[in-house]
Design a protein around this ligand. Structure first.
Ligand code: ADP
Length: 604
């Protein structure tokens, strides 16, 4: 078999994605390789296809237990014999897996880096031919990165100890030059083929929303009830609050953060993977190594501290290549909380003062660039790609800024009222309270503080509270107002505030107008937006069948078939074995297992 036949037979795909073939060819010709590709680009295929063509075994080093489990499950489903060795197995299970490995049962073995030096594993390396060592998440070897794992250094020793030096291939989604150099150098790659693919993920739609976060979030999640999504929050407390709010609306949501027991984290994660609870509310502790391909949206309830974090987390949407949405709920308060957290952040002791200062400046700079993402009116995709050093067209027509129209609005009078209001308050209040006073809302808190007796109470009754908050956000960003750097963010006037009251000052902000028809028409149906209503109904039926099969087999639904594969079935409506095998993502093993049932459902 050649590489194309392998790709079709086991993975069900007709062609390679950009970069895959070059890396596979290099590996097959005996060269080391380093692939730098964004999440979802298809790195696994780059080493799994050659692993099946090389004579011996491929050892894949992967940092996370959940990732290994998922990959091995998917390979076995595809008809490839694979195993993993990590601390989730008992010694007896490991011994058994090793025996089978020695008998040549597996082509691919995933190993945790901590396991590389155990006697059992060393014994294996002496008995079998190892054709390739693959380092997944290779940035973990770099001391520059945030994810440095000392145990990754064991890989170097493993490679040098093997009787015949195998091909070494490494993969990561982290693109910075320092990390790349570290990987090449520490792993000792020999004249490697280095391939960096573009960072654009065409199937992802990017959006920034301002306004009341809770209402926006709830509306979105309810509109996308049938879909799986991740909601990232900055703190455990927010995770709890958001998750509870969703559950109260009968949304099947679960949660994940470092404050939960290991047992509960594992259980919640599984419920998410198996689509029993398709909505996950989590801190950034969740996600690395999560391979769930049918995540249809990632919402950031709070803004992360850098674009690197944002793109990595948002990139967990739409790994199957079908349409998915990445939404940032932006608020100026998050910027201040992040600033506060960075100021409080402990700097490693061994650093000199200059180094510590440089690190702080870097963090502040990163936060600034992240904040600009939240406020820019230019194409969001172009902003991201430029940030990562890539050129991009000025407009992508698939982000909220390209699809929204902006209008310049004169907000001079509103700004003046904001200043007057803050001036007339005896003590500091947050933006929410100021907005409520100006709008004139009748809530009890305002009455109990006597705020309903202020002159400016209700002076902006025709303006929605979230719009007033948006304008306050802009005034903060431009230095016309200040806020305490804590979670209360109490507002105060600055030296510039008085300028707003001067006659000649005119304040204009550009504000999003109604969405263009194209944008709203495309929304709502998520991944399957290209389907007509009959095909949409079929998609729903196929999803239900997939869920039943997944339950019977005890595997997550996306391991049976990805959303993208189901969508392709709805478009092609295969009626025979050969037609079914032409569907993207249907390989032979999967056809044997599930093909007939899906054919039957389509023919119904
Ligand atoms: P990464 O590790 O780069 O984040 P994965 O290896 O998990 O990405 O691949 C993402 C998705 O793309 C998977 O569902 C995979 O099956 C699919 N994929 C990979 N290669 C191809 C291809 N050549 N054609 C179609 N889909 C592919």
């Amino acid at each position: 078999m050649d590489k194309y036949e392998i790709l079709k037979k086991y993975f069900g795909y007709d062609g390679f994605r950009p970069g895959q073939e070059e890396l596979i060819d290099a590996i097959l010709s005996g060269r080391d390789a380093l692939g730098i590709m964004p999440t979802g680009a298809g790195k696994s295929v780059c080493y799994q296809v050659p692993a099946l063509l090389l004579p011996g075994i491929t050892i894949v080093i992967s940092p996370l237990i959940s990732l290994m489990k998922d990959q091995v499950r998917a390979l076995n489903e595809a008809g490839v014999h694979a195993a993993y060795i990590n601390s989730s197995l008992t010694e007896t299970q490991i011994r058994r897996a090793m025996e089978l490995a020695c008998e040549g049962r597996y082509k691919i073995i995933y190993v945790a880096p901590e396991r590389l030096q155990t006697p059992l594993f060393l014994h294996l390396t002496e008995r079998v031919q190892i054709s390739m060592v693959t380092v997944d998440e290779a940035h973990c070897i770099s001391q520059w990165g945030q994810d440095f794992r000392p145990s990754y250094l064991n890989i170097v020793e493993l490679v040098s100890r093997l009787p015949a030096r195998p091909v070494v291939s490494a993969f990561t989604a982290t693109a910075t030059e320092e990390v790349r150099q570290d990987i090449l150098c520490v792993l000792g790659l020999r004249e490697p083929k280095v391939l960096v693919t573009g960072f654009d993920r065409e199937n992802l739609y990017f959006e920034v929303r301002t306004g009341g976060k809770d209402a926006e979030l709830l509306r979105y999640v309810k509109e996308h009830r049938e879909e799986s999504g991740i909601i990232y929050c900055a703190t455990r407390k927010n995770v709890e609050a958001v998750c509870t709010a969703l559950q109260m609306e009968d949304v099947p949501a679960t949660r994940y953060h470092a404050g939960l027991s290991a047992e509960e984290r594992r259980r919640n994660q599984d419920q998410f993977l198996f689509d029993e609870k398709p909505v996950m509310v989590a801190t950034n502790a969740f996600g690395m190594g999560i391979d769930k391909s049918n995540v249809r949206y990632v919402i950031h309830y709070n803004m992360p501290q850098s674009m690197e974090n944002y793109y990595q987390e948002a990139g967990r949407a739409g790994r199957d290549g079908a349409r998915a949405e990445c939404i940032l709920l932006y608020s100026a308060q998050d910027v201040r909380i992040n600033q506060f957290l960075l100021d409080e952040k402990e700097i490693r002791e061994e650093l000199t003062r200059e180094e510590a200062q440089a690190l702080r400046e870097r963090d502040a700079q990163r936060l600034k660039r992240m904040t600009f993402y939240g406020t820019t009116k230019d194409c969001l995709r172009a902003y991201i790609l430029n940030y990562f050093g890539e050129r991009a067209p000025r407009r992508c027509e698939n982000c909220s800024n390209c699809l929204h129209e902006f209008v310049e609005e004169d907000v001079t009078e509103l700004c003046r009222d904001v200043v007057r209001c803050i001036r007339s308050m005896r003590r500091g209040y947050g933006a929410g309270t100021v907005a409520s006073v100006l709008h004139g809302s009748g809530n009890a808190k305002l009455k109990s503080c006597g705020l309903d007796r202020l002159d400016c109470f209700g002076s902006q009754s025709g303006t929605a509270e979230f719009r007033i908050r948006e304008v306050i956000g802009e005034l903060l960003a431009e230095g016309y107002l200040a806020a305490t750097p804590d979670k209360y963010a109490l507002l105060s006037l600055t030296g510039s505030s008085g300028e707003l009251l001067e006659r000649q000052t005119i304040m204009k902000f550009s504000m999003p107008k109604e969405k263009k028809a194209a944008a709203s028409g495309r929304r709502g149906k998520g991944a399957a937006s290209e389907l007509d209503s009959a095909a949409w109904q079929l998609f729903e039926r196929l999803k239900a069948l997939r869920l039943r099969i997944a339950g019977e087999q005890k595997v997550p639904p996306y391991i049976v078939f990805t959303d993208k594969t189901l969508i392709d079935m709805c478009v092609r409506r295969p009626a025979s074995r050969s037609e079914m095998l032409a569907v993207s993502g249907v390989g032979e093993a999967k056809f044997e297992r599930y093909g007939e049932r899906f054919l039957e459902e389509i023919g119904r």
